[in-house]
Design a protein around this ligand. Structure first.
Ligand SMILES: [Zn+2]
Length: 107
């Protein structure tokens, strides 16, 4: 297993991904200059996606994609992830947390 390094994605004001850096402070400075946002990811654990689906157990956003104690994989909110998960860890085979990519609204 390789160590899972946090990455900070810098998006500009139009929602364009401009840079990926390994330093949170630098990412926040870059985002400030762009009036943009920063989103942190971790390879195989915290993943950027275009759309976070609803929880399979309630109507909240289901940001966790994970194998349930019942067997099948599901999308779950934090509450239902904690309730039905097989592992508190994220990673390949254990589950991922999905974070929604900013919507692109430039020209
Ligand atoms: Zn739920």
């Amino acid at each position: 297993m390789t160590p899972q390094e946090k990455q900070w994605h810098v998006f500009d004001a139009e929602g364009r991904e401009r840079k990926i850096v390994a330093d949170q402070t630098l990412a926040e400075q870059l985002a400030d200059n762009l009036n943009g946002v920063v989103i942190m990811t971790i390879p195989h654990q915290v993943i950027l996606v275009d759309h976070v689906p609803s929880c399979n157990f309630c109507s909240e956003p289901g940001e966790y994609d994970f194998p349930t104690r019942m067997g099948p994989w599901a999308n779950g909110c934090e509450k239902h992830w904690i309730q039905y998960r097989t592992s508190a860890k994220l990673g390949t085979g254990m589950g991922q947390k999905w974070v929604q990519r900013p919507k692109y609204h430039g020209n």
